[in-house]
Design a protein around this ligand. Structure first.
Ligand SMILES: Cc1ncc(C[n+]2csc(CCOP(=O)(O)OP(=O)(O)O)c2C)c(N)n1
Ligand SMILES: CC(=O)[C@@H](O)[C@H](O)COP(=O)(O)O
Ligand SMILES: [Mg+2]
Length: 625
């Protein structure tokens, strides 16, 4: 069958199990080929092919609400709901989203990108349905990584106390991006490997084969309830939360999936269907290397498994991590924390060499921050690395637990700025606006590897306050720095041209080097200020620039304008009665699109070309005067 011709999932009803298996094979090949060209979340999608087919076979979307937590594993759902043709545009500018998107299809009933929201939404949908006296099923599909996120557990707590039915599909592939961690994972693992379970599973299989479960849903459900009550599953956490439990089910056996999903469909109460799948299934490289590489991949060669873009530069994340590593070697109090992003934050080596001082707390940004506060109050020196967009979750913990008590820590805000293909849910453009109002913190955005390493040294040398660090996605040239080298908190530097300038640009982070190149390539009479401390700002320099100089000023940022450095400077000028206006280039009050970083910057008019145009306009205007 031609996947491009699929309009909606109704065609599945005409297919027998062999045909459904053939379809699964085709979809897998399609996804491998397609993602090899565009890049994307490969292994989670390869693992969920049969499960998604079975869900759309048993339930009637969009009347029944099938939706995926995070949404990075919704490619099969997209194909079955008529979007195969758009896959060449996956994650591209103005193309198909890598997550569910309500504007793309009526079958996308929820949107995410961040983890652990699906069950909350499902509980609400089920309650609203029952209030409206409507009849449909609500079926959130949640991974073993996402199910431990605080919000999932809060929603589970709510669901367990109400009568409204939700069918929670727990897609257990034993992996988050790295290996799943924590007690819930141990619990799921125990179910999977228990001898008792295996015996029970065989009994259950036999019953399925003999068609006994087909004799009547009531009988089947009762059997499963007895199974739950008297068998090895008598204290599943889900039962304790007031739900029924079905499973574990082989997530690559379509026949078994369909049978059990039908039982879940007719079950009266909320039910967890525990489905065991294999991440990366059907692509040998992804099956053999489950540790992160194939979770989200750039374009690659299908035959060799090699990615098509490679660089000699080092990621910003790995440079932070390496400098922290140097400090872990000499200071046994330094500890490291990641909320499930060990690979992305390049912390593998820390975990390998110092396992007893490194903590992957799972998808739990709130806990990660308060846990860091607890370590800090106990005289440890916590380093935490969290993506900018994910730390939005932990605002209160930074404010209430860390900053208010002035607890020393070093928190690296990774993936700050426009991140690219992950799109609006993942752009790190809000952190300056929401972190800088918090008292007691220091916030630093390095221009290069040297400044970055020097700041890490500064923090560990004087570990006495909440230090924050802001780094983007991407790579740069590395520059080793001895750990004695430090810098002065709250100081900005003049990056180029102290005299004979006609215009001043103020920027920070990776933009400093970009702007410097622009100035040098175009031989422009511009003074460039490296505003590396976003908090505290360099009041002396700011005063000098804004008070004593009549030449034009541009504050250039690639974050949201609201709450940005520009708005901090406006407030400063106002407070100090400095009557001075300046040009402010930053992102307007909306969510930026997905695509290549340069395309998005251009779309937002905050690219270097837009800056250059503004400079030329101001410089020419100056000359004409
Ligand atoms: C709040 C938040 N933190 C971290 C992430 C990054 N992230 C995306 S998918 C993922 C792993 C999810 O694991 P699981 O739910 O088991 O899905 P799988 O990929 O195994 O199918 C993580 C950590 C995120 N999207 N949102
Ligand atoms: C879906 C999700 O949230 C992550 O997989 C994210 O896409 C990772 O981003 P990086 O590729 O920047 O690590
Ligand atoms: Mg998983």
């Amino acid at each position: 069958m031609d996947l491009n011709k699929i309009k909606d999932p109704s065609f599945l009803m005409e297919m027998n199990i062999d045909e459904l298996n053939e379809l699964a094979y085709k979809i897998r090949q399609f996804i491998i080929q397609s993602v090899s060209k565009t890049g994307g979340h490969l292994s989670s999608n390869l693992g969920i092919v049969e499960l998604t087919i079975a869900l759309h076979y048993v339930f009637n979307s969009p009347k029944d609400k099938i939706f995926f937590d995070v949404g990075h594993q919704s490619y099969v759902h997209k194909i079955l709901t008529g979007r195969a043709k758009q896959f060449p545009t996956l994650r591209q500018f103005n193309g198909l989203s890598g997550f569910q998107k309500r504007c793309e299809s009526k079958h996308d009933v929820w949107e995410a990108g961040h983890s652990s929201t699906a069950l909350s939404a499902a509980v609400a949908m089920a309650i609203a349905r029952d209030l409206n006296h409507e009849y449909f099923d609500v079926i959130p599909v949640i991974g073993d990584g996402a199910v431990v996120g605080g919000e999932s557990l809060e929603a589970l707590n709510h669901l367990g106390s109400i009568q409204n039915k939700v069918i929670l599909i727990l897609n257990d592939n034993q992996m988050s991006i790295s290996k799943s961690t924590g007690a819930m994972n141990n619990f799921l693992n125990n179910i999977r490997i228990s001898n008792t379970y295996n015996r029970m599973k065989d009994d259950y299989r036999t019953m399925l084969q003999k068609g006994k479960l087909g004799e009547g849903v009531y009988k089947a459900t009762k059997y499963l309830k007895d199974f739950v009550k008297h068998g090895f599953l008598d204290d599943t956490i889900f039962e304790d939360f007031g739900m029924d439990y079905l499973g574990p089910i082989d997530g690559h056996n379509i026949g078994e999936l369909i049978r059990v999903l039908n039982i879940a469909k007719t079950n009266k109460k909320s039910v967890v269907v525990h489905v065991v799948t294999e991440k990366g299934k059907g692509y040998s490289y992804a099956e053999n290397d489950k540790e992160g590489k194939w979770h989200g991949t750039p374009p690659f060669n299908v035959k060799t498994g090699n990615v098509l873009t490679s660089t000699n530069k080092k990621s910003w994340s790995s440079i932070v991590s390496d400098q922290v590593f140097q400090w872990m070697k000499i200071d046994k109090d330094v500890t490291a924390i990641t909320p499930a992003m060990m690979k992305g934050s390049a912390m593998d080596n820390l975990f390998k060499v110092f396992p007893e001082r490194c903590f992957d707390v799972g998808i739990a940004e709130e806990h990660a921050m308060t846990f860091a506060a607890g370590l800090s109050i106990s005289k440890k020196k916590p380093f935490i690395s969290v993506y900018s967009s994910f730390i939005q979750r932990a605002y209160d913990q930074i404010n209430h637990d860390i900053a208010r008590m002035k607890l020393p820590c070093l928190c690296s805000i990774d993936r700050a700025g426009i991140v690219g293909e992950d799109g609006p849910t993942h752009h790190g453009v809000f952190d300056i606006g929401f972190l800088t109002p918090i008292p007691n913190i220091v916030y630093f955005a390095p221009k290069d590897a040297k400044e970055l390493r020097t700041y890490v040294n500064t923090c560990f040398t004087n570990f006495n306050k909440p230090y924050f660090l802001r780094i983007p996605r991407g790579s740069i040239d590395d520059h080793p720095v001895d750990y004695h080298n430090t810098l002065k908190i709250g100081t900005w530097t003049i990056e180029c041209r102290e005299e004979n300038y006609e215009l001043t640009i103020i920027c920070y982070g990776e933009n400093v080097m970009r702007v410097k190149n622009m100035i040098e390539e175009n031989h422009l009479p511009i003074r460039l200020i490296n505003a590396r401390f976003i908090k505290p700002i360099d009041y002396n320099m700011v005063h000098t620039i804004f008070k004593n100089d009549e030449k034009p000023i541009i504050v250039y940022e690639t974050v949201l304008k609201t709450g940005s450095l520009g708005s901090i400077l406006l407030t400063y000028c106002n407070e100090n009665r400095i009557l001075r206006s300046f040009e402010h280039i930053a992102i307007q009050d909306h969510f930026s699109k997905q695509g290549k970083v340069n395309e998005i910057l251009e779309d937002e008019h905050v690219d270097i070309k837009s800056l250059l145009l503004k400079c030329e306009e101001l410089l020419n205007g100056k000359k004409e005067n």
